[in-house]
Unconditional design. Structure first.
Length: 125
């Protein structure tokens, strides 16, 4: 198994372009959230599930260490709910590996953390 490569810790929040109930744009809200976390918005088109139809999404990504600090400070004080909070906790574990030379075992640990996030999550407690 390959254990070389670049380790990158990215936190992103994705939101549909329009509120499903009101039909209003989520762009103003996401713009304010992006300002708070000092990141840029990315507008992308993704295929949603068949039951929801196609939808555009608005995302932002935080990659620099300074941005990580802002996000960690905020979400530690105002935690997310459900599996999103568990993903945040996994993100925190990933942050602990940044900025140093990693052993083969640590790289495999990072892959295991990533392999249990988002749609791949099977543990929800």
């Amino acid at each position: 198994m390959e254990t070389r490569g670049r380790v990158q810790c990215v936190f992103s929040i994705n939101q549909s372009e329009a509120n499903r109930v009101t039909g209003e744009s989520n762009a103003p809200f996401m713009t304010e959230v992006a300002k708070l976390f000092q990141v840029n918005l990315l507008h992308k088109i993704e295929k949603a599930s068949v039951s929801r139809g196609s939808a555009n999404s608005i995302s932002f990504f935080a990659q620099s260490d300074a941005k990580h600090y802002i996000i960690v400070s905020y979400l530690s004080k105002f935690p997310l709910m459900s599996s999103k909070h568990l993903n945040f906790l996994s993100f925190l574990k990933g942050l602990s590996y940044l900025g140093r030379k990693l052993s083969r075992e640590e790289i495999l640990e990072i892959r295991a953390i990533k392999g249990q996030m988002n749609k791949k999550r099977t543990y929800f407690t």
